[in-house]
Design a protein around this ligand. Structure first.
Ligand code: NDP
Ligand code: 2IT
Length: 449
């Protein structure tokens, strides 16, 4: 395994995030190889860590000043063993091939855990939507799709949203796809409700994280009632995780964005949450504006070169990182433990560094890894695909109930797989092993292709 990893590192030495994701997976699935010698013979690791296809393309567009801008577009079609490629698109200046590959890699196993027939992929661009007009975002999305359309399709590859890609962007992308193909199909998920979207898809990732965490607590005869929770991010996942925690009687005290975070000791109630939603989704403002409206709260800037994030230093019972990868490091984990945190559940993809996970392990903190805990988003995307294929729409209660069942099921799949390999209660090992084994077996069934 060390040899395989070093070959991967040597081949693409700059892809740090991708190496991090692969390294974690290799460590966790080691015992599976001892029981299945054919996995080695069949070189499954070498195959699974190499994308089936990588697409990179130029995205030239014109800004409102008439200036030509050029961005880079990506789609990594990682694995199609159990279904068509499925995964979001991210528009953020930090996007590069390493980040898209790590996200696509983790997506393969996450999608496998949902039990729905979806392979894994991810894409995006280094385009920064922040401060751009609707017209600029539309022109960017149209040019992006003018290339991507030839690679995707409802039975081939079905993109969705991620950081910087929400309902507005999905709308512009879908419009261009439809025009180019002259087809109205479920090629993207996260569509608006009036034209093929699924109820509960906007809420799904955030609700799902809390359903998963509630299962983790229930396994210890506990609930969210009265628990204080730290949440990072203030976007789609963070907002809906907060909403569900409030519904379940918990107290959310933080939100953040890339500039800083707010701490509201009184708790963020439904009215304050509605303010954050409007601020972030409609006004596209900054989280610091929260304290202008609610002066009882405190805003703290976060220095991008900091060695820890002060958000994680507050006393709490639960922490849910819902912003981005590697946002919670070893120091942060030590601070969380010091502050009394007993459960960390990841809304974002790979938000905890390996050092942080080590600290949680050492201190018996319950840890729900992103690829299991945040699978609710893509799970409801799978339900959106099913509804699109049937040309019908399920009511809200039905989709929410299916989401709840899927999260409950993922929770038991993780525990069962961990127990099977003698790692009782280790959700990370369980998620990696269960996700991996299913995909690998499907690859072996389908031969060397
Ligand atoms: P949004 O774009 O809606 O929100 C992202 C939030 O995270 C914003 O508050 C943003 O702040 C903050 N953020 C983004 N990048 C950084 C950074 N480099 N440093 C600090 N803060 C940052 O995205 P989502 O809520 O959809 O996604 C959040 C996370 O959840 C991502 O890891 C995503 O991959 C994951 N995820 C999303 C799913 C979905 O269905 N949307 C499903 C499963 C996982 P700012 O406004 O300043 O950029
Ligand atoms: O990381 C993720 O799972 C997502 N951004 C959602 C992907 C999807 O296809 O709905």
């Amino acid at each position: 395994m060390e040899n395989i990893l070093s070959t991967i590192v040597q081949r693409d030495p700059h892809e740090k995030e991708f190496h991090q994701a692969v390294r974690e997976m290799l460590q966790m699935v080691r015992p599976v190889f001892e029981r299945n010698p054919e996995y080695r013979r069949e070189a499954v690791l070498e195959r699974i860590a190499e994308p089936e296809r990588v697409i990179m393309f130029r995205v030239p567009w014109m800004d409102d000043q008439g200036q030509v801008q050029v961005n880079r577009g990506y789609r990594v079609e990682m694995n199609s063993a159990i279904g068509p490629y499925k995964g979001g698109l991210r528009f953020h200046p930090s996007v590069n091939l390493s980040i898209v590959k790590f996200l696509a890699f983790d997506q393969v196993f996450k999608n496998s855990l949902t039990t729905l027939p979806m392979g894994g992929g991810k894409g995006g661009s280094d385009f920064n939507p922040k401060g751009r007009s609707d017209g600029e975002v539309m022109r960017f999305c149209q040019t992006f799709m003018a290339e991507l359309f030839r690679h995707i399709g409802p039975d081939t590859d079905i993109p969705a949203g991620d950081i910087g890609v929400g309902a507005r962007e999905i709308g512009y992308l879908f419009g261009m796809y439809k025009k180019l193909r002259n087809e109205f199909t479920g090629v993207l998920t996260g569509k608006s409700l009036d034209w093929g979207g699924s109820l509960v898809r906007p809420e799904a990732a955030g609700y799902g994280v809390v359903y998963f965490a509630a299962e983790m607590l229930a396994a210890r005869s506990e609930t969210f009632e009265g628990k204080t929770c730290l949440i990072s991010g203030a976007g789609n996942v963070a907002q809906h995780a907060a909403e569900k925690i409030i519904d379940l009687g918990g107290r959310v005290v933080t939100f953040s964005d890339s500039s800083g975070y707010i701490f509201d000791e009184q708790g963020i109630d439904r009215e304050k949450l509605a303010f954050v939603r409007h601020l972030k989704n409609i006004l596209r403002g900054r989280i610091r504006e929260y304290v202008e409206k609610y002066p009882g709260a405190v805003y703290t800037e976060i220095d991008p070169d900091r060695d820890h994030n002060p958000l994680w230093s507050h006393a709490a019972d639960c922490a849910m990182p819902c912003a981005t990868e590697n946002e919670l490091n070893e120091k942060d984990a030590v601070n969380l433990v010091r502050g009394g945190v007993r459960l960390v559940c990841e809304g974002a993809n790979m938000p905890s560094t390996p050092g942080a996970i080590g600290v949680f392990d050492e201190h018996g903190v319950l840890f729900g890894p992103g690829k299991a805990a945040n699978a609710g988003g893509v799970a409801v995307s799978g339900l959106e695909m099913a509804q699109n294929s049937m040309r019908l729409r399920w009511p809200k209660e039905e989709v929410d109930e299916r989401l709840r069942q899927i999260m409950k099921n993922i929770h038991s799949i993780c525990l069962d797989a961990a127990a099977e390999y003698g790692m009782e209660g280790n959700y990370l090992a369980g998620a990696d092993i269960a996700g991996f084994v299913k995909v690998v077996n499907a690859m072996l069934d389908q031969g060397l292709v």
